[in-house]
Structures are given as structure tokens and as C-alpha cells.
Design a protein around this ligand. Sequence first.
Ligand SMILES: Nc1ncnc2c1ncn2[C@@H]1O[C@H](COP(=O)(O)OP(=O)(O)OP(=O)(O)O)[C@@H](O)[C@H]1O
Ligand SMILES: [Mg+2]
Length: 442
Amino acid sequence: MAVKKITWRSVFPACYGSEKMASKRRKAAVVAKQTSFQRISISDLSNPGSTLSEDLSTSLMGSNLHVFTLTELKVICQNFSSNNFIGEGGFGPVHKGFIDDKLRPGLKAQPVAVKLLDLEGLQGHREWLTEVIFLGQLRHPHLVKLIGYCCEDEHRLLVYEYMPRGSLENQLFRRYSVSLPWSTRMKIALGAAKGLAFLHEAEKPVIYRDFKASNILLDSDHTPKLSDFGLAKDGPEGDDTHVSTRVMGTQGYAAPEYIMTGHLTAMSDVYSFGVVLLELLTGRRSVDKTRPNREQNLAEWARPQLNDSRKLARIMDPRLEGQYSEAGAQSAAALAYQCLSHRPKHRPTMSTVVKTLEPLQDYNEIPVGTFVYTVPSENDLPKEETKEGGEAQKEPKKESSHQGHRHRMRSPKSPTIYSETALRQNLRNSPNSPLHPRSRGS
Ligand SMILES: Nc1ncnc2c1ncn2[C@@H]1O[C@H](COP(=O)(O)OP(=O)(O)OP(=O)(O)O)[C@@H](O)[C@H]1O
Ligand SMILES: [Mg+2]
């Protein structure tokens, strides 16, 4: 039997008023679809541009999405005051809010991030709906959780779990933030790769299409989660090798063949992953107009340098201060090289990427360069640095605003603790170090 098309109308009722009778038939179709445990895909919707009339909460039954009123969200976000403002992207402003446990049965007290559609902006109902349809049905530890939405008159809002460390973009490039350690960068790369692999390997595969540092959000322990499904597409079905789309995405991250042809495949996401991996390695943005011309596009500039260990050492993020595993960096760079191949078929699948990144988690920030650093005796160190030996052994608790000496990491093989200042000094003297005067600026 032919599968009935589900119309946009049939999906969302609350937005545009009742039309209850007309919607009943369609509702039945949606529910029938749901009971067969199939994800509703965007292609199931025959006319995405049309107005909406049925209740999304019914259509996405089982997804546990909560429908909020605008008034409720105003209370949750303290009237969207500037104090609660987190940031703003193409969709509109994002505010932090707090849901208390009395609001809805089954909805626990928690902080949330609420995204409001900017009614004057470039994105609109379509992106909002795509986000609700995809994130409402997909659940994974590396996808940000959509808690609910609001669709009242022309207002479109999205309510997400709150991610305390914001985006990878902020963490990696914010000028005054403390640099992300190597192990954290590899953790983020692996988690984000798992998120993409989950999408690509779903029963109905999804192409994410907007993989970039600002769409990777970080939990308090730096667990990464993908956000922003407004550009996501259902992958090709049957014998199709690609889906044809208008070219959309973000400059510097989009795969060259996709830009040229509009043919979208999972391999386009793999290319974007390669760009983010490069950002993690080099600490440079995918596009940086402040750099000399030939360095402005990160992928083009860095790719030829990834398979040569000496060249690689020169392009590694100086903010790592040499504290990374050389072997780990080389493997990650070789992986980025493959992901950034101009031939999509030569790129690895995301599950291969996951497998390649998994062993790199075991490398600690073993300083690059052959030098020996002897820990000063207790008497040589200022009091507070030695009084809690345990403290010094730990990873830094918070990477933000820690003044003065910071005790970083330890090598798994040795209990030696490296003090950052001494380490820098040693690294400067090491000819292989990116901090060595000869390597800097070259
Ligand atoms: N769930 C969330 N928890 C915490 N902060 C969030 C959350 N969602 C978004 N943010 C923050 O809100 C800001 C805006 O995010 P948004 O996704 O709207 O735009 P963007 O990713 O910066 O740009 P683009 O429109 O290109 O995707 C970002 O700084 C992001 O860190
Ligand atoms: Mg975003």
C-alpha cells in the first residue's frame, strides 16, 4: 500500500488555530505512521510551505516534546531580559531560562536555553519546523536535547537543555578564555563524530549539513552535542546517491563538490568534520579574513601540511603550548587530511572516523620535544602549589580564569607534574617545539 504523504498542515495545529474537523483524517494518518515506529521525515511532508493546523504533540507522539505557551516562556526567561541573553545566531536570540518542577508533570526542574525566531531575520518557519521534526524524534547522547517548542501566531521558539559551556566556537576562539587542553579537544572530536555517525547510520539517514564549531555545544564536562538541525536533510533513499538541494551551509565548512553541484551526501558532513578537526588542531577559524590571503581558508592552507610532522608542528595551536601527544596529533592530522579529500569517495565514513579517534583518547598531553624537566623540591615551590598534592595531580577543575601558576597534567607513565611556566621555558628551548623562537611566526 502506498504511504500517505503527511502534509505540513497535518503536523502542527497549535500554530494556526483549530480546523479540527479537517485535520482529523490527517491526524489519523500521522498516528498510523507513528505506531509503525517510523521516523517522520521531511520528505513525508508534501507541502512544507503551507500553513499548519494539527497538533504537533500528537504528530510527534512518543517524542516527549513539551508544548509551551509564549507566556510560560516569558516567565521562564524573565521576560527575555538582557541578563538572560546568551547569544544570537541566524535564527534569532538565545536566552537562558529556568523551568521549575511545578510547570508540567514529568518535566523536571532544570535550566534551559530558549531560542526565539527573529521575525525580521533570514531564517523562518521552515528552519524551526525542520529542527522540531528532526530533534523531536532523534535522541542520542551527542545530540542536544530539544525539550519543547512554542508556536503561537507568528512566534516560533525552541526550548533546549542548557549547555553550560556554550559552543566549541566560544571555547576555542574566545580571546580571553584559557586554552582547551589536548585531551579535551580529542574528547570533543570523538563525541561530535559519534553524533554525526549516529545520524548517518540511522534507519532513515540524516545529513546534518551545518557541522561547525558554533553548532557543537559543550556540557559541563565538555561532552559535545550537536545542535541546530534547521538545515538537516533526509539522506538519499533507494538507489539515489545524493539529494539535490539549494546550496546552504557555512562558508569554510561546506564541501567543495557540494558548493559546485548542490549534490549533498553524507560525505559533505565528513568534509565539514575535517574542517572542525583542523580547527581543534590549529586553533584557527575555518575562515579568517584577518590573516594573509593564502591562509584565510583553513582547509586549503593547512591540508598540504598535515602529512609532514615538521610542518604539522608549526601549524599546531600555539595555545596548546606544546602540551599534546605528537603521535596523537599526527593521527588526528592524517584523519583530517582524509576527511578533507576533494574526492568524496576517498573520505572515510563517520564510523571509521570514530574508530580512528577512539585510540587517540588515551594519549595525554605529553609535551612535544625531548627535554627533561625535574620537579622542583617542595621547598622551591610557593606554599599553595604544594599544600594539596592531590589538587596538583588533577586536571584543572575549571579552565576559566585560573590566575597564576596552573598545574596541568601528568603523564600516565610518570607522576611528574609540569608547572606551566617551567614547561613553557623548556619548550622554548626545544628545537621541535612550536614555542621555539625559530618555529614561531614561520
Ligand atoms: N542549548 C544551549 N545551551 C547553551 N547555549 C546555547 C544553546 N543553544 C545555543 N546556545 C548559544 O547561543 C548562541 C547562538 O546560537 P545559535 O545556534 O542560534 O547560533 P550560531 O550557531 O552561533 O550561528 P548559526 O545561526 O550560524 O548556527 C551561541 O553562542 C550558542 O553557544
Ligand atoms: Mg548554531
